[in-house]
Design a protein around this ligand. Structure first.
Ligand SMILES: CC(C)(COP(=O)(O)OP(=O)(O)OC[C@H]1O[C@@H](n2cnc3c(N)ncnc32)[C@H](O)[C@@H]1OP(=O)(O)O)[C@@H](O)C(=O)NCCC(=O)NCCS
Length: 142
């Protein structure tokens, strides 16, 4: 909970349709299913990114990930994703999925770099603006 203000600030800077505080609070309280993690810069003593993950038995979903605009392109997003994949593998996860906007070239490049593959397209899944979602997946056993 103590990290929520910093996470919300990054969320507002990152998305046209940001999650509300209550959504993050619900995730924090969803013990055993939801695993919120933050990237903390020790030198600056501040949160620079976060990732929200669900793990339900062997199925893992990445529901939200963002890096503060001032800290992008310095490896934070990739490090968070790699940590989550390592954690998920160690915890018995088998498959990871997520959704990404068709136009989100930076996120798509990141997921492609980590080996995610296209599973499906969800038509007009997003609003503000209306846009398709790509459903991407990664087999943790490969
Ligand atoms: C997507 C996001 C999390 C990436 O975080 P980041 O810390 O900037 O990414 P990294 O520096 O770790 O980059 C890792 C890889 O991602 C890709 N990438 C990241 N930003 C990129 C950009 N602007 N253009 C092209 N590729 C990019 C590259 O493949 C990069 O590897 P490289 O450095 O070897 O080229 C960040 O841009 C962000 O917060 N965006 C807004 C929120 C968002 O869109 N979240 C995803 C929702 S699905």
């Amino acid at each position: 909970m103590a990290d929520l203000d910093a996470v919300l600030a990054i969320e507002l800077l990152s998305f046209s349709n940001p999650w509300h505080a209550s959504t993050f609070q619900g995730e924090i309280q969803n013990d055993g299913i939801s695993f919120p993690m933050v990237a903390f810069d020790r030198a600056l003593k501040r949160i620079v990114g976060y990732i929200m993950v669900w793990k339900i038995q062997d199925d893992v979903q990445i529901n939200n990930v963002a890096v503060h605009p001032d800290f992008r392109r310095s490896g934070v997003g990739e490090a968070m994703l790699r940590d989550v994949l390592d954690w998920a593998r160690a915890a018995g996860g088998v498959f990871v999925s997520l959704e990404v906007r068709l136009s989100n070239a930076s996120a798509r490049a990141l997921y492609e770099k980590l080996g995610f593959r296209l599973l499906a397209v969800r038509k007009n899944y997003y609003t503000k603006p209306d846009e398709d979602a790509l459903v991407l997946g990664l087999d943790l056993k490969e």
